[in-house]
Each structure stands twice: as structure tokens, then as C-alpha cells.
Design a protein around this ligand. Structure first.
Ligand code: NDP
Length: 495
């Protein structure tokens, strides 16, 4: 394990294998949202910086070695990257925790999962293959081949910067694409650190380029560029819609991983001891800044009162504070404006008549005075039309509704514009399967929650996006398919 550097980290863009400053010479300062300390500076990228990175990626795609390299070789390099991420895991976790405000223990889990995803992609790289047909007509051979899409622009959010990078970039690289990545302006550190590791692993210069800066400037320049062949985006539904409409004029492929409003459905035959811990994790994980948060708790009416009593008691004991402390269970929110947004949702819940069971306030005591902390908040007596039940809050706020029968629970869970990741808790396997089929979401967890495996695709129904990350199909997202129809006899016209 390498020594963990705690000094101020200063980064430039990473373009063509070099760290370079912005053409504007301006910087973004990132303060730890839990302590207010300055922890990093990033270059404030301009349109020119972005165009430079795109032209490097385009040149590398057209003339470089990466797109033509064998899958086996690309896989070997990605496997080295996975190992390097693990060797540097503690440093990456510290950076992730300081920039995002998440507990160090969660950040370690995130980095370790990211490394597992990269190792999985390495194993897929050499399995990319097409199809062949010798039964399509006399003297005809058909080949279906897959080719890398080209230059991919990848735009990522602030809540899981390292993990979302690993969900996207290695798949694009395994396909043979070249890339321009724009991380969130708040949390670019681990992306730039992983770029250094990628170079050490053997990824050629110019294949992976990172431009830091705002979505308005750098993100928009990626969207506006005719030289970007595909965009893979993770973030809010509203930004995703802008990216989709901006891409329409280039007729380009877009994959979108967007917001969510997912439910945890608890039947009366569930193991309620386990569900208590799961329900806490469901809305408090990553301070609730989690696209798959189970921020709606649907409780069977026979167990609701006692369950909520126990849940409130447990939630009151949660350790909220400095993410660097090994015992901390919940950290700080990302920035002041976001904290205000979360508090305004809590206010709206009270105004609309939901019953506040616990939480509801910003924490301001000695340990919390320099940070952006909100109490975990639970509302009972929530109704389907309330804002807190319909809108993505992206903070530690739980809305509870009771139900009598499975059909009613399904209807409540599906009553949302989103469709990302619901969970079901029951000991009846038939009920679990029937409800799983009826839920309109890209993931359904049964008697578990936030259980990610690199083999299982992730993505959304409805306003939660389209396209899938992880699993074998995630590489296909970054590939074009070409049919080659070969005549080996005398040619005659036919239809
Ligand atoms: P945003 O949509 O605000 O930002 C995501 C990224 O897009 C950032 O890098 C941002 O840049 C950039 N961006 C903003 N505007 C534009 C634009 N016009 N053109 C191109 N890029 C732009 O989301 P957040 O970062 O606030 O992340 C939170 C949201 O992400 C939540 O809604 C959450 O549900 C969703 N999310 C979804 C996940 C999923 O897998 N489905 C996973 C994680 C988060 P900037 O640096 O300026 O912010």
C-alpha cells in the first residue's frame, strides 16, 4: 500500500498522456464538504481544451494502435489497471471520501468494487466476437462483425465518481474506442488518479483523455462536437434530456443512466431483523445521494407500526460526522445548494401533511459546524401525490406508505416516472418472483439491496434512462455491427 498524501492535490487536464493546465489558466477549488478544508484544485476547462482532447482521441482512433489491438492484449492491459487500482485503493478511497464527503469505509468498498468491474471487463475483452452464416444462399457467406463505435464522450456525476468511471470507461476501452471523459467539477480527483494508473497499465497516450470543468462549458462542448461518435452519460434526468436533444442533430448514439425513485417493498413474512438494516442502508447509503436509493418504504400494514418504531430507534443511533473517522456511518452532502434543496423537500413533506417521525434538520453542533450534514429523516403517512414521494430528493429522506396486498404494493411502486432499482422482502419465493416480474425497473433485488455484480446489467426503465452498463451487453453498447455479405460465385441480380 502506498503512503497516503493528505496535502492539497493540484491537477490539470489529462490529454494525450500529459497533465496540462487549462487554456483559461483558471482553476476550480474543491473543499471537503465535511470540514470545509481545501483538498484539491482542478483546471477549469474551456471549449478549446475540450476540442483539443476530442481531436487527440479522434486521431488516436483513426491512426493509433488501440482500436486494432487484439482483444487479448487490451484485456491484459485492463487487468493490469484493475490490479493497480487495488494496489492504490487506500489513496483512491481517501481522495473519494474527501471530495464527495462519504464515509471512508464506504469509499473503500466503492474502489474495491470498481477494481472488480475492471477485472471483469478485462475478461470480456477477448471474448468479443461476431457471427458467420453459410446458409444464406448459393455461393454466399455472411459475416457479422463488431467494430468500436469511435470516439466516446463519457460524462459522470459526483456521487460515485470512481465507480461510475469503472462502469463506463473500461467497457468503451475494451471495445476498442478512444475516449474523452468529463468528471463532475466537484469530484474529479479519482478519475484523474485512475488515468495515471491507466497509463502505467499500458493504455497508449491519447486513448483516455480527461477534461475537467463545468457541464455548461466542457460537457456542452462534448455534446456539440460532430467528432464525438457516442455519448455515455450518468447524471440527472434533466441533464440527460439536454444531452439527448443536443445529440439529435448529430444522429449519434447516446446511453443514459439517470435518476430514480425506487421502493423497498416489505411483506409481513419477511425477516424483519434483516429488513431493519436494509431499510437504513436503503435511504442513507452515500448520504442518500444514490440513484438506486430505496427512498420509498412500502410496509405491509400488519407489521408497519412496530417496524417503524424499531427503525426510528436505530436511525437515531447512526453516527454522522467526519467521513475520515472509521466509525462514521453517514457523511456530508456534496455542496451547500444541494443541502438547501434536500431541506426544502423536507419542508414540503411537512407542509403537505406527512408525519415526521425523526430527523428533519441540518446538524450544526461542534462536530458538524463546518460541514454539510443533514439528519436522516423519516416521514410516515405519506401519500402518492406528495412531492417527497414522487421526486428524487438525493438526500437521506425516507417516505413510508402502508399496503394490504401485493397488487397494491406493485401499483404504488410503479407509480413514478422513474424505473431504476426496487427491492422486495419476503420469504415466499412465488410472491418474490411474481412481484419481480410486475415491477417496471431495470433491477429488482429480492431479500437484498445495493447488491451489484459486474455480470448483472444495470440501467433504467422510463425516465431512468436507456442502455445498460455492466454485464456482457455493456461492451455491445460501444460497438457498431457490420454485415459482410460475400458472393463467391457468378453474380446475378436478385432480391
Ligand atoms: P448532473 O446531471 O447535474 O451532472 C452530471 C454530469 O453532467 C456532471 O459532470 C455535470 O457537470 C454534467 N453536465 C451538466 N450540464 C451539462 C450539459 N448541459 N451538457 C453536458 N454535461 C452536463 O447530475 P449530478 O452530478 O448532480 O448527479 C446527481 C444526479 O445523477 C442524480 O439525479 C442521480 O440520480 C443521477 N445519477 C444516476 C446514476 C445512475 O446510474 N442512474 C448514478 C449516479 C447519479 P458539472 O460538473 O457542471 O456538474
Amino acid at each position: 500500500m502506498k503512503t497516503i498524501e493528505t496535502n492539497l492535490r493540484e491537477y490539470g487536464h489529462y490529454i494525450n498522456g500529459e497533465f496540462i493546465g487549462s487554456s483559461s489558466n483558471k482553476k476550480i477549488e474543491r473543499k471537503n464538504p465535511a470540514t470545509g478544508e481545501l483538498v484539491a484544485t482542478f483546471s477549469l476547462g474551456s471549449k478549446e481544451d475540450t476540442h483539443h482532447a476530442i481531436s487527440v482521441a479522434k486521431n488516436e482512433f483513426e491512426n493509433g494502435s488501440w482500436p486494432k489491438m487484439s482483444g487479448e492484449e487490451r484485456g491484459r492491459i485492463l487487468s493490469r489497471l484493475s490490479r493497480l487500482i487495488l494496489e492504490n485503493a487506500e489513496r483512491l478511497a481517501v481522495i473519494e471520501s474527501e471530495e464527495v464527503g462519504k464515509p471512508i469505509t464506504d469509499a473503500r468498498g466503492e474502489i474495491e468494487l470498481g477494481a472488480r468491474v475492471v477485472e471483469y471487463v478485462a475478461s470480456l475483452a477477448q471474448q468479443i466476437h461476431g457471427q458467420s452464416y453459410n446458409n444464406i444462399g448459393r455461393n454466399r457467406t455472411g459475416l457479422v462483425v463488431k467494430e468500436p463505435v469511435g470516439v466516446v464522450g463519457l460524462i459522470t456525476p459526483w456521487n460515485y465518481p470512481a465507480l461510475v468511471f469503472c462502469h463506463k470507461v473500461p467497457f468503451a476501452l475494451a471495445a476498442g474506442c478512444t475516449t474523452v471523459v468529463k468528471p463532475s467539477e466537484f469530484t474529479s480527483g479519482t478519475t484523474l488518479e485512475i488515468a495515471m494508473l491507466a497509463e502505467e497499465a499500458g493504455i497508449p497516450k491519447g486513448v483516455l483523455n480527461i477534461v475537467t470543468g463545468t457541464g455548461e462549458e466542457v460537457g456542452q462542448a462534448i455534446v456539440d462536437s460532430p467528432d464525438v461518435d457516442q455519448i455515455s452519460f450518468t447524471g440527472s434526468t434533466s441533464t440527460g434530456e439536454k444531452i439527448q436533444s443536443g445529440s439529435a442533430k448529430h444522429s449519434r448514439k447516446v446511453t443514459l443512466e439517470l435518476g430514480g425513485k425506487s421502493s423497498m417493498i416489505v411483506f409481513d413474512d419477511a425477516n424483519l431483523e434483516e429488513v431493519l438494516d436494509a431499510a437504513m442502508l436503503g435511504f442513507m447509503v452515500n448520504q442518500g445521494e444514490e440513484c438506486c436509493a430505496n427512498s420509498r418504504l412500502l410496509l405491509h400494514e400488519d407489521i408497519a407500526d412496530k417496524f417503524l418504531e424499531n427503525l426510528v430507534e436505530k436511525v437515531k443511533g447512526v453516527k454522522i460526522g467526519n467521513p475520515n473517522n472509521e466509525n462514521t456511518q453517514m457523511g456530508a452532502l456534496i455542496h451547500e445548494e444541494h443541502l438547501e434543496k434536500v431541506l426544502s423537500y423536507i419542508k414540503s413533506g411537512i407542509q403537505e401533511g406527512a408525519r415526521l417521525l425523526t430527523g428533519g434538520k441540518r446538524l450544526t453542533g461542534t462536530e458538524h459546524k463546518n460541514g454539510l450534514f443533514v439528519e436522516p429523516t423519516i416521514f410516515d403517512q405519506v401519500t402518492r401525490n406528495m412531492k417527497i414521494f414522487q421526486e428524487e430528493i438525493f438526500g437521506p429522506v425516507l417516505s413510508v406508505i402502508r399496503f394490504k396486498a401485493a397488487n397494491e404494493a406493485i401499483a404504488i411502486a410503479n407509480n413514478t416516472k422513474y424505473g431504476l432499482a426496487n427491492s422486495i422482502w419476503t420469504s415466499d419465493v412465488n410472491k418474490a418472483l411474481n412481484v419481480s416480474h410486475a415491477l417496471r425497473s431495470g433491477t429488482v433485488w429480492v431479500n437484498t439491496v445495493f447488491d451489484l455484480a459486474p455480470q448483472l446489467p444495470m440501467g433504467g426503465y422510463k425516465a431512468s434512462g436507456f442502455g445498460r452498463e455492466m454485464g456482457t451487453m455493456a461492451i455491445d453498447e460501444f460497438m457498431e455491427v457490420k454485415s459482410i455479405n460475400i458472393n463467391t460465385g457468378k453474380w446475378t441480380p436478385h432480391y
